[in-house]
Ligand binder design. Structure first.
Ligand code: PEP
Ligand code: MG
Length: 586
């Protein structure tokens, strides 16, 4: 019997955001700015350790200069002066010398030496009444955090796990996620987060169990602890007992049997029992998902979130991007892959592209705004997408548009890139479908205007719920107010569907709402004929659609559009869903 078997079982309850069960040891990812331990190093490793630090200083310099340039372009040189002070702190000779000397003499890792020295400088200035000196304190803190993040990032860039692990973290940003060795990750257990955070979305995409709102879990667990993570009930069980493991094994056998039954018809079309066909497509974030997507029964990729590839290598070349996009297109052939151009910003932060942290990132420089502001990045991406389109069916859509002007500007750049490539001898197809995401209320309210500029509209309901309701999709305090069935949200969806019909352009829904089987009757009733969901949900959604009757769903939707309460609307749609496919609710 090993040591773990003798320890007592302990259970934490969180919120389930991605279903499934995993049993493995945990890897605890600590907060970015935890004080680094004074780890001793060998004399022969001193130069290597200092080189790692110098590399972190260099990346920080590039980062600060990039932010400085953006500030200069946007707000003039006086606002950008602050970064001059940051560069001076970064290159301060006495700090550089002192760190090198201490590391050499005391043989302690540079992370701890640098951090402690910077803290000493901060302590000397902290709490001073003089506002100038207080500002200097903040400057040092800012630079220290940047450098420490890069030092830590370097250490964790590709954390390699010998065995499968469950990741425990306070939160997992999209850039944290892309750096993980995903082949070894079996699940996520996070202190904070919500069902609509990108960590949860990715967990569902990769079919990994995930539980959020496990408060203080990072302090309770240590890397190597054995746990069972239950993404259906939202439980994290430390040292699961043999009885618990047996219970879960039998539960797993039953759910595997149900899933196998669903999978049999996954490649068949999804047609309601009165003949209405719904295209069920998949959402993707990583190239490595393409085989699973192809096998899921998805008819096409309705949303490829390209920012995750970008975060894997923000400086990746046009050739590399074209190669990745081409792989995706070829994997799905003859189906289409709809690539969404970069949606950097919000919680998907790339400091090189989007500059300094913003006070309100979801209302800031995000999506098409970044692409139109950073045309070097945008053109590289558009050219790579057009090159991939020569190898199969690639659609292109623009995220976070708030009106027609952005669509026109983005299309103009796309046309320019196509002309350039043709002048270089490439025969770019002339039937690439171009779309706009409808995820900002202004876009839904002007969907008729946008529809006349594009070939399709794609409803990004994750954002189209948060913006009209003023409910941050990541904020757990207001999670109860994040209501997909709020009448205002449904009216915006209805408006978009109607605008699409009038302009004869396709309307898809690619937000997480599309995968909610409680809402399938309502969405079909509203006239949506294209749903894009996580690959693991394709067979379920197809099964649900086959059990529905479009005419009945239409009556349901008409009644619902007269209702005023979000919970009552949800209950009404769910009642029809449960009556038609009770087997999906066990
Ligand atoms: C959405 O907003 O619904 C969407 C699909 O985009 P993301 O979740 O990446 O913001
Ligand atoms: Mg969105």
């Amino acid at each position: 019997m090993n040591e773990a078997d003798t320890r007592t079982e302990q259970i934490w309850q969180g919120t389930a955001v991605s279903s499934g069960v995993a049993h493995a040891v945990v890897h605890v990812m600590k907060d970015h700015f935890d004080e680094p331990d004074e780890v001793p190093i060998l004399a022969e490793d001193v130069e290597k350790d200092l080189a790692r630090w110098h590399a972190a200083l260099e990346v920080t310099r590039v980062e600060i200069e990039a932010v400085q340039k953006i500030m200069e372009d946007e707000q003039g040189s006086s606002e950008a002066d602050i970064f001059e002070a940051h560069l001076l702190i970064l290159h301060d000779n006495s700090i550089l010398k002192q760190v090198e000397k201490t590391v050499r003499e005391k043989l302690i890792c540079v992370d701890a030496v640098y951090y402690r020295l910077m803290c000493k400088h901060m302590d000397a200035l902290r709490g001073l009444a003089d506002s100038y000196l207080r500002e200097r304190f903040l400057d040092i803190k800012d630079v220290t955090h940047r450098v420490m993040r890069h030092l830590r990032g370097e250490m964790l860039q590709h954390p390699m796990f010998d065995d499968p692990v469950i990741i425990i973290a306070h939160d997992l940003t999209p850039s944290d996620t892309v750096q993980l060795d995903r082949s070894k990750v079996l699940g996520f257990a996070l202190e904070t987060g919500s069902a609509n955070s990108h960590a949860a979305i990715i967990a569902r995409s990769l079919a990994l169990p995930a539980v959020v709102r496990l408060h203080n879990i990072c302090d309770e667990l240590h890397s190597g602890d054995p746990v069972l993570l239950d993404g259906d009930e939202g439980l994290l069980i430390l040292n699961p007992s043999p009885a618990t493991l047996a219970k879960y094994r039998s539960r797993e056998e039953q759910s595997d049997a149900r899933e196998d039954a669903l999978q049999i018809t996954r490649h068949e079309p999804a047609i309601t029992n009165d003949g209405f066909k719904v295209d069920v497509c998949a959402n993707a974030e990583f190239i490595e998902e393409m085989d699973a997507i192809r096998d899921s029964g998805a008819e096409q990729v309705g949303l490829f979130r390209t920012e995750f590839l970008h975060l894997e290598d923000p400086d990746g070349s046009e050739d590399w991007l074209a190669e990745c996009y081409t792989k995706a297109v070829k994997a799905m052939a003859p189906g289409e892959v709809i690539f969404r151009t970069l949606d950097i910003g919000g919680d998907k932060v790339d400091p090189h592209a989007s500059g300094d942290p913003e006070p309100n990132p979801f209302l800031g420089w995000r999506g098409i705004r970044v692409s139109l502001g950073r045309q070097d990045l945008f053109r590289k991406q558009l050219r790579a997408l057009l090159r991939a389109a020569c190898h199969g069916r690639a659609g292109i859509m623009f995220p976070m548009v708030c009106g027609v002007e952005e669509v026109r500007a983005a299309r103009a750049l796309l046309d320019q890139c196509a002309s350039e490539l043709m002048a270089e001898g490439l025969s770019v197809p002339d039937d690439i479908q171009i779309g706009a995401m409808i995820e900002i209320p202004s876009a839904a309210l002007s969907a008729d205007l946008i529809a006349s500029e594009v070939d399709f509209l794609s409803l990004g309901t994750n954002d189209l719920i948060q913006y009209p309701l003023a409910v941050d999709r990541l904020n757990e305090r207001v999670a109860d107010l994040y209501q997909p069935t709020h009448p205002a949200v449904l009216r915006l969806i209805q408006m978009t569907v109607d605008a699409g019909k009038r302009a004869d352009v396709r309307v898809c829904i690619c937000g997480e709402m599309a995968a909610d089987i409680e809402l399938t009757p309502l969405l079909v009733g509203l006239g949506l004929s294209e749903l894009s969901v996580a690959a693991s949900q394709v067979a379920r959604i197809k099964h649900a659609i086959r059990k529905l009757n479009k005419a009945e769903c239409k009556v349901l939707a008409e009644e619902i559009m007269q209702m005023s309460s979000a919970p009552e609307i949800l209950a009404k749609s769910r009642a029809l869903a449960e009556a038609q496919y009770p087997e999906l609710f066990v």
